[in-house]
Design a protein around this ligand. Structure first.
Ligand SMILES: Cc1ncc(COP(=O)(O)O)c(C=O)c1O
Length: 383
C-alpha cells in the first residue's frame, strides 16, 4: 500500500502505539477517582496534557482534550458565541476555504440568523487580505481562520491575521489541525486565543484532539461536567491523550522530515508534468505552503474516479477533503478559488508523510498515464 493521503490521516507512530499499549497493560483508573488507582490515571492525564501544551508552544495556556478537531472547532465557536458574558448580537468572520467542520458551524449559525462573513480567497487559495480588513470594519465577536489548508497545503499568515482581529476587538480562533509537524507551531508567538488540534494528523490515534486556550480565555462548555476544568464533561479518553502526547513529543522529528517531503513532492510534480498537460491547484510561493501537498487536475478527469483507479493499484490519495469524498460534491475549496463545478470535481490531492519514499513517487508517476487514459472519457457526459 502506498499512502499518499497524510492529510486525511497518518499512520499511528510506533511510539504512540507503544505508549498506548503500555498504558492499557496498567488497568487504568478513572482520573476523577480519589483513590490511588484514580490518581495514577490523573497523573498520566496531566503528564499528557503538559506534553501536548509544550509541543505546540502553548505554555501558560490550557489544553482541553476533545474527541478531535471537529469538536474543538465546535467548542471554540459555541464556547465564545453562546457564553452569557459575550455581548449580543454576535458576528463571526471566517474564510471560504475552512474545513467542512467549520462550514457546518457557519450553516447552523446562519440558520439561527447570526451574521457570518466568509472572506474570499484568490485562485491559489490565498486569503483576500483587503476583504478581511473590510470585514473587520464592523464589530466582530470571533474570527476563525485555519493555519494550514487541508486540500491545498497553503499557509495563512496567522500572526498577522490574529493581530488585525485583536485590533478590531475580536477573539481569534485558529484551526491548527494540519499544522503540527508540518510547520513550526508556536501558539503563544502566533498570538491566537484558541487553537484546534487533532492527534491523527501527526502520528497519534484518531478520536482524540484538543482545544488550546490562551491564559485567561474563558469559554462556555458544549458538554457540561466537572472534567477538563469544567470545559468538557465526560470521563476523559486517557488512552487517546497518552497516544496524542507520545505523537506530539515527536513533532520536531516530523518537522525535520519536511524538506525531504518537499523534494519528493516536487519530484512528483515534475514527473506528472513530464507525462502530459496537468494543472496545479494552490500553486503559491514555497514559503506560503507546507511542501507536502500536491493538488492537481487533468482536463476531462473526474478526481473521485481517479482516486478509485489508484486505489485498485494500492495507492491512497484523495479528491477534495476526505470527509466529503464519499459524496461526489465538487470541492468547496476549489469552487472558492473560482473554479467551475466541473473543474472543482477534478482535483486530486497527494499528501506525503514521513514514511513516503522516492520509489513510491516513481511508481505513482509511472502508473498514472495508463490510469488517466482509463478514467478519461465517457463519464464526462454525466458531469
Ligand atoms: C483543517 C482541519 N480541521 C479539522 C479537521 C477535523 O479533524 P478531526 O478528524 O480530528 O475531527 C480536519 C480533518 O481532516 C482538518 O483537516
Amino acid at each position: 500500500m502506498i499512502d499518499l493521503d497524510a492529510n486525511a490521516t497518518t499512520p499511528l507512530s510506533p511510539q504512540a502505539r507503544a505508549a498506548i499499549t503500555a498504558a492499557m497493560a496498567q488497568e487504568l483508573g478513572n482520573p476523577s477517582s480519589l483513590h490511588a488507582r484514580g490518581q495514577a490515571a490523573r497523573a498520566l492525564l496531566e503528564q499528557a496534557r503538559k506534553t501536548v501544551l509544550t509541543a505546540v508552544g502553548g505554555a501558560g495556556g490550557k489544553i482541553v482534550f476533545t474527541s478531535g478537531a471537529t469538536e474543538a472547532n465546535a467548542l471554540a465557536w459555541h464556547g465564545v458565541l453562546t457564553a452569557p458574558w459575550t455581548p449580543k448580537p454576535v458576528r463571526v468572520v471566517t474564510s471560504a476555504i475552512e474545513h467542512p467542520s467549520i462550514g457546518a458551524l457557519v450553516k447552523a449559525l446562519r440558520l439561527r440568523g447570526v451574521e457570518v462573513v466568509e472572506v474570499p480567497v484568490n485562485s491559489a487559495g490565498q486569503l483576500d487580505v483587503a476583504a478581511y480588513a473590510a470585514a473587520l470594519q464592523q464589530p466582530t465577536t470571533l474570527v476563525s481562520l485555519m493555519a494550514v489548508q487541508n486540500e491545498l497545503g497553503g499557509i495563512f499568515p496567522i500572526a498577522e491575521l490574529a493581530a488585525r482581529a485583536h485590533a478590531a476587538g475580536a477573539i481569534f480562533h485558529c484551526d491548527a489541525t494540519q499544522a503540527p509537524g508540518r510547520i513550526a507551531l508556536d501558539l503563544n508567538a502566533l498570538g491566537v486565543d484558541l487553537a484546534s488540534l487533532s492527534a491523527h494528523k501527526a502520528g497519534g490515534p484518531s478520536g482524540i484532539g484538543a482545544l488550546w486556550l490562551r491564559r485567561g480565555q474563558r469559554l462556555q462548555p458544549l458538554v457540561a461536567g466537572h472534567q477538563e476544568d469544567g470545559l468538557r464533561g465526560g470521563t476523559e479518553n486517557l488512552l487517546g491523550a497518552i497516544g496524542m502526547a507520545a505523537a506530539f513529543a515527536l513533532l520536531p522529528e516530523r518537522l525535520a522530515a519536511m524538506p525531504r517531503l518537499r523534494q519528493l513532492r516536487d519530484q512528483l510534480w515534475q514527473g506528472l508534468q513530464a507525462a502530459g498537460p496537468v494543472a496545479r491547484n494552490g500553486d503559491v510561493a514555497p514559503d506560503l505552503e507546507t511542501g507536502h501537498v500536491l493538488n492537481v487536475a487533468w482536463a476531462g478527469v473526474d478526481g473521485a474516479r481517479l482516486v478509485r483507479a489508484l486505489d485498485l493499484e494500492h495507492v491512497c490519495v484523495s479528491s477534495g477533503a476526505a470527509c466529503a469524498s464519499g459524496t461526489q460534491e465538487p470541492s468547496h475549496v476549489l469552487l472558492a478559488c473560482g473554479q467551475t463545478p466541473m473543474q472543482a470535481r477534478g482535483g486530486l490531492r497527494f499528501s506525503l508523510g514521513p514514511q513516503t519514499t522516492l520509489a513510491e513517487i516513481d511508481h505513482v508517476v509511472q502508473l498514472l498515464p495508463s490510469l488517466l487514459a482509463r478514467v478519461r472519457g465517457p463519464h464526462l457526459r454525466q458531469l
